[in-house]
Design a protein around this ligand. Structure first.
Ligand SMILES: Cc1cc2nc3c(=O)[nH]c(=O)nc-3n(C[C@H](O)[C@H](O)[C@H](O)COP(=O)(O)O)c2cc1C
Length: 327
């Protein structure tokens, strides 16, 4: 039995599955493989120079004659890269992390479909008002930058708000059960990121792919980050305390998709945290000593009375103790 929804007709695909942009880790090979399989692949442009965008679009065209999507984001939008996309005329553009404004009509003028990813009902209504062809309701569960509302709650609300504009669900969907669930919520398709990040064709190291496939529920989490050109927002991914996969590429691949630097109280961090820093240790030693002639000792009440300072009574002054949280 084939799974078709009206979205399939809109995007001219066989199954209502979009391979989400996974930023600079998207590859033409991945987008083309997904499109060749009957779904639709996306090429990310985030952090990619405009000329590279053009090369990648052309490479996808060499690898498939099926529809595909070029993704842009408002982090910030590269006008130059967007202009390249319009020139190359992919079948569809997806946009995320901001109001698309007149980008929608510019795409439509070039004969390109426009999909808008958003996090709230209000944003969805605004996108629908801009004339987008489909709305992607991205839940808090989504890998990468995400909003605050879970897909289970967000998707039906967005469907109610923007019908007849088709809605795709994004966030935490990784297999057929997830797809079936969001179709029941009224979505017409899905936008999957993290699962495709683990595909052979994705542009990350094998160690990371293994980590994604072996990830446990307790091994994932979100972290509030400030993206380039963005206000602070959550980014979800896999926690990686200290160990890094031996074959992971250092730098961008490690930082962005999978949750940034080591988090939580690893033994190493705890030890660092509990080790008093040099100046603070010295200050405590000063407080504990009775050496009245120590010039660094803060004046006691008696000192202050002798010096004629008003209100000089009371307990000797102490610097407020810094409380260490229990490990
Ligand atoms: C590593 C990574 C990078 C992403 N980069 C982008 C991006 O550049 N543009 C975009 O619109 N969405 C991006 N997303 C979000 C996806 O579009 C999608 O909403 C999300 O992956 C869906 O949730 P899932 O990862 O649980 O499937 C990214 C997601 C991941 C995991």
């Amino acid at each position: 039995m084939s799974l078709r929804t009206p979205l399939c007709d809109l995007l001219q695909i066989d199954v209502p599955i979009v391979q989400a942009s996974i930023g600079p880790w998207s590859t033409p090979q991945l987008a083309a493989a997904v499109s060749n399989a009957g779904a639709i692949g996306s090429q990310g442009t985030a952090l990619v120079p405009p000329q590279r965008n053009r090369e990648q679009v052309r490479r996808i065209r060499e690898l498939t004659d099926r529809p595909f999507i070029v993704n842009h984001t408002a982090r910030p939008l590269s006008e130059e890269a967007f202009a390249v996309t319009l020139e190359e005329r992919p079948p569809a553009i997806s946009y995320a992390l901001g109001d698309p404004g007149e980008l929608v009509s510019r795409a439509h003028d070039a004969g390109i479909r426009f999909l808008q990813q958003m996090h709230t009902v209000e944003q969805a209504e605004r996108a629908a008002g801009r004339g987008v062809d489909a709305v992607i309701a991205q839940g808090w569960e989504a890998g990468g930058f995400c909003g605050d509302v879970e897909a289970l709650a967000l998707v039906p609300q967005v469907v109610d708000a923007v019908t007849p504009v088709p809605v795709l669900a994004a966030g935490g969907i990784a297999d057929g059960r997830g797809i079936a669930a969001v179709l029941l919520l009224g979505a017409q398709g899905v936008n999957l990121g993290m699962r495709f990040l683990a595909a052979d064709e994705a542009g990350i190291a094998e160690g990371w792919k293994r980590r994604i496939l072996e990830a446990t529920s307790q091994g994932c989490g979100s972290r509030r980050v400030r993206g380039r050109g963005l206000s602070a927002r959550d980014r979800r991914g896999i926690r990686h305390p200290t160990a890094r996969p031996p074959d992971a590429v250092r730098g961008r691949v490690e930082r962005a998709p999978l949750g940034d630097r080591p988090r939580g109280r690893t033994p190493e961090r705890r030890a660092r945290r509990l080790r008093p820093r040099e100046p603070r240790a010295r200050a405590r030693a000063v407080h504990r000593t009775d050496g009245r002639d120590d010039p660094r000792r803060p004046p006691s009440g008696r000192d202050r009375r002798q010096a004629g300072v008003r209100g000089g009574g009371g307990a000797p002054q102490r610097a407020p103790a810094r409380r260490l949280k229990p490990p």
